[in-house]
Design a binder for this molecule. Structure first.
Ligand SMILES: [Zn+2]
Length: 276
């Protein structure tokens, strides 16, 4: 996956790799030299949801547009443009043993699993958010991302957003591109898109953050209060442990089977992690 800053010229590119993640505060930012693209996670999640692993993304500025704060607009665009199947065998990253990363009160871990599963628990000490559903798990078989995850919007607490805006951050943050809550409830008139939209957005973020590894993952992710920084820390830890994963390519027919119904893949071992 390559991002091109078309406002900086045709060759101004940055690859989505773990090494190129330079900032994880508020959003995930990739950079290579002067070329910097931030807020890549929702688009990366949409690409992961479609199993797209070979794409160039042109961006005309330093940030991927936030749109409505979810991945749904990207899903619609990819659906209308279509996906081209290529001849090269698809490669997956299969988790072989548990890897965990903790950061303050946040925890993120990956464990072996037959398909890609993402589970998240959030614990907000906030009068409204703590009354909301705090836990969700999604098995990412074909189609599940678009229907179960992609429409979940980013969210913010009004007081936090006001404090950030006073520091010139999240200037574009509004009810059009985020769910905003105060102590008493939701400020958005339209209500929630899923009954557990908050925790589903955390799942969406985790899918996008993990996809920076460059491969669809065969494994189970669990996050508790983890954000972009913790997710990225977990990914670094995974990539640093050569015995924790392998790169596999299922036989072509089995490949389709995996992503058609989430059945266990029949992995074919490639060369060890040196390829990374
Ligand atoms: Zn997000």
């Amino acid at each position: 996956m390559v991002f091109r800053r078309s406002d900086m010229g045709h060759h101004a590119t940055v690859r989505a790799t773990v090494e190129n993640v330079v900032d994880t505060q508020y959003a995930t930012t990739l950079a290579c030299g002067e070329v910097r693209v931030s807020t890549v996670e929702h688009l990366m999640a949409a690409l992961a949801g479609f199993g797209i692993d070979n794409a160039e993304v042109d961006v005309t500025g330093p940030e991927v547009p936030i749109l409505d704060g979810s991945a749904a607009p990207f899903v619609q665009l990819i659906e209308s443009a279509g996906v081209v199947e290529q001849r090269a065998p698809k490669q997956y990253l299969r988790v072989l043993r548990r890897v965990a990363y903790s950061d303050g009160g946040a925890v993120a871990e990956l464990k072996p699993h037959r398909s890609f599963r993402v589970e998240y628990t959030m614990k907000y000490d906030h009068p409204y958010l703590q009354s909301q559903c705090q836990h969700a798990a999604v098995d990412l078989c074909a189609g599940a991302f678009a229907s179960e995850v992609s429409r979940a919007r980013t969210f913010g607490i009004l007081a936090d957003m006001e404090a950030l805006q006073a520091r010139n951050l999240v200037r574009g943050g509004s009810l059009d591109n985020a769910i905003v809550v105060d102590d008493h409830g939701l400020l958005n008139e339209g209500g929630l898109r899923y009954h557990d939209e908050f925790v589903r957005h955390k799942i969406l973020d985790a899918i996008g953050d993990l996809y920076v590894c460059g491969y669809p993952i065969i494994g189970a992710f669990f996050g508790c209060q983890s954000g972009h920084g913790t997710n990225h820390g977990l990914l670094r830890q995974l990539m640093a442990a050569a015995d924790a994963y392998e790169i596999v390519t299922p036989a072509y027919a089995a490949d389709k089977h995996v992503w058609a119904n989430g059945a266990a893949p029949a992995p074919m071992r490639l060369q060890p992690a040196a390829a990374l």
